[in-house]
Design a protein around this ligand. Sequence first.
Ligand code: GDP
Length: 368
Amino acid sequence: KEQSISCSGCGIKIQTEEPNKLGYTPKSALEREIVICQRCFRLKHYNEVQDVSLTDDDFLKILNTLGEKNALIVKIVDIFDFEGSWLPGLHRFVGKNPILLVGNKVDLLPKSVKRTKLIDWMKSTSKDYGLKATDVHLMSAGTGEGVLETANLIEQYRNKGDVYVVGSTNVGKSTFINRLLKEFGADDDFMITTSNIPGTTLDMIDVPLDDGSSLFDTPGIINHHQMAHLLDKNELKVISPRKEIKPTVFQLRSGQTLFMGGLARIDFVEGEDQSFVCYFSNDLNIHRTKLEKADDLYQNHLGELLTPPTGKNVDSFPELIKKEWKLKKEKQDVVISGLGWITIHGEGATVRTHAPKGVHVSLRSSIF
Ligand code: GDP
């Protein structure tokens, strides 16, 4: 019977199973005379946006509509998971529209890292990915650092037009928009609404700007290559950094291995002694061992010495896939999507990564 109910706010089909998907409403709310989805409820009562996610196909539909519009695109990425949160196809869809690229969660990076250097790195990396950003900026929606500047840049580049905020799930898009709302406006006349993209059932949140234009919050797309999909809530807490990361330096010689909890592993196969600098959540335990003992250790101590995973996730955890990397340049990062990265200083080393099936591992020029 539930299938036949639609939200009287946005018209989306109501469902009670998946809180992060469109149309979700708690079962108890179905008894009310007027049923609205949780997203519209929050919007109506708290002027607050909630993040929802979409399937890849639906996300493409949204991207397709962007190119036809005349608008500023604000693309938010998670600076801690730059590759993983990138949205690879975007540049093909934006047409001639300007793009403001914003790296969020800058509070997680060590204070010693120069912001200008980071911005240069973002510029050259986005060019490598085929995106020509009009401007690049850093902020922390969480702490508020750089948010006002982001708002000013949006004002500057939108040229009195509409704004679309896009990003994969978990980049902090809702945190950002909610902060904007709290700081600039959200009085009684300032009613946020949801609106459908013509021809689809995909809704966007429409935040009116003072000159008749709108800022649209688009649903995020799920980032499939992340570690996050394999973990439960408590395990996720361990791997998600909440404050400034303190990198850990290991001086390694070949024949040594580092375990990132029980989630991933890097073997130093060949090369001169050198430092491996680990940028992971401060709560994730990094365990050094001899390469020759590493397989046994994993077999016998996953979920005990090597955690996460924990509990029943230990048995169902996917097998680790090996990949060998020859480092051709000095100072490269081996990135494990959504988990963190290891900066390796010396040239010519060979390392082997082990990461769960489906989790993306890549090599890049060092971010710092
Ligand atoms: P969305 O899916 O893009 O809308 O992301 P959310 O706004 O729901 O944020 C995802 C997670 O990242 C939440 O746990 C937030 O608390 C956290 N987060 C958002 N912005 C920041 C930030 O600037 N710094 C840090 N450290 N965490 C943030």
